[in-house]
Design a protein around this ligand. Structure first.
Ligand code: Q0Z
Length: 291
């Protein structure tokens, strides 16, 4: 691991794969959420970083918070942040985080597909036979998972386990909010040529016990974005943002063997540049703004 950035007035608390968390010195009711330019694929953090990725994702998340403001309050306090992280950090309300990864799926793929193939269910819910990778559900499904410690994978959690963890009333509200966020996301993204297959959101409780949307929302790091014009159920869909990276890593050109356990080689400049362009394109298509 590299040493975290020194931010004047803030203490480093924690680093995830691609983001860092800081606490403002002298107040315990806020946090600074910093998005880096790091990118992960096949569970590795790749080298080099993708220029502007942290800024693009932070700005996209802020835009989505606004689009969702009538559904759920969010944790954003201010975008006035220290210069070293300008544009890619947000000052947020420090919440009591809900100990459940709230996942919604609008299309069958990934972990949902694996469960369906194994036993005909997704998050314990029986589905009709004959569904294929990439098929759309009538309505988004709530498929919660446990919050695994860093470096481990989240485990699927039954709805009953969520009820046991947070109580039936809170569980129902989390399910409702999570599926509505993805449905709203797809109403908006669909008009702009992007499908959001699934997404993971995090909620926290404020001092009054109200549910607040936290973390990042509907970004390519927390969701699967697919190009709508290439959607074709029956096989793995190309990823809107990471397809160049994945294709190159799996190609003979990279010389990397996914099964080797070795870290992948450094990405060539053109793969970095094309990947950056896809993040910017997602931002521009969704928001209608120029990056
Ligand atoms: C988010 C995370 C990381 C970024 C804790 N509003 C909040 N209140 C309390 N805790 C959190 C939040 Cl967003 C919180 N995370 C995930 C880890 C960088 C976000 F290293 N963890």
């Amino acid at each position: 691991m590299t040493t975290p950035l020194e931010i004047p007035g803030f203490t480093h608390l924690y680093s995830g794969k691609v983001r860092d968390l800081y606490a403002p010195e002298g107040r315990d009711d806020q946090l600074l959420l910093v998005a880096s330019d790091r990118i992960s694929a096949f569970d590795f953090i790749l080298d080099p970083p993708i220029p502007d990725k942290g800024t693009v994702l932070t700005q996209l998340s802020l835009w989505w918070f606004d689009q969702l403001a009538d559904l759920v309050p969010n944790h954003v306090v201010s975008t006035d942040v220290p210069d070293v992280v300008a544009g890619r950090a947000v000052l947020v309300q420090r919440l009591d985080m809900v100990p459940v990864e709230c996942v919604a799926r609008a299309y069958l793929t990934g972990g949902g597909l694996r469960e369906y193939v194994a036993d005909g269910t997704v998050s314990g819910l029986a589905l009709p036979d004959g569904l294929r990778d990439g098929d759309r559900f009538e309505e988004p499904l709530f498929t919660p998972s446990t919050k695994a410690p860093m470096g481990e994978h989240d485990e699927p959690m039954s709805y009953e386990a969520v009820e046991a963890e947070v109580g039936p009333e809170m569980a129902a509200r989390l399910r409702d909010l999570t599926t509505r966020i993805l449905a709203r996301g797809n109403e908006i993204a669909g008009e702009r040529g992007i499908l959001i297959a699934d997404t993971k959101v995090e909620f926290g409780l404020d001092a009054s016990g109200a549910i607040v949307l936290a973390d990042e929302v509907l970004t390519p790091d927390s969701s699967r974005f697919w190009p709508a014009d290439q959607w074709e159920p029956g096989h793995t869909q190309p990823s809107f943002d990471k397809e160049f990276v994945r294709e190159w890593l799996l190609s003979s050109e990279s010389g990397w063997d996914k099964g080797s356990g070795e870290a992948p080689p450094a990405l060539p400049a053109d793969v970095v540049e094309r990947t950056r362009a896809k993040y910017v394109e997602a931002y521009e298509r969704l928001t209608g703004r120029t990056f």
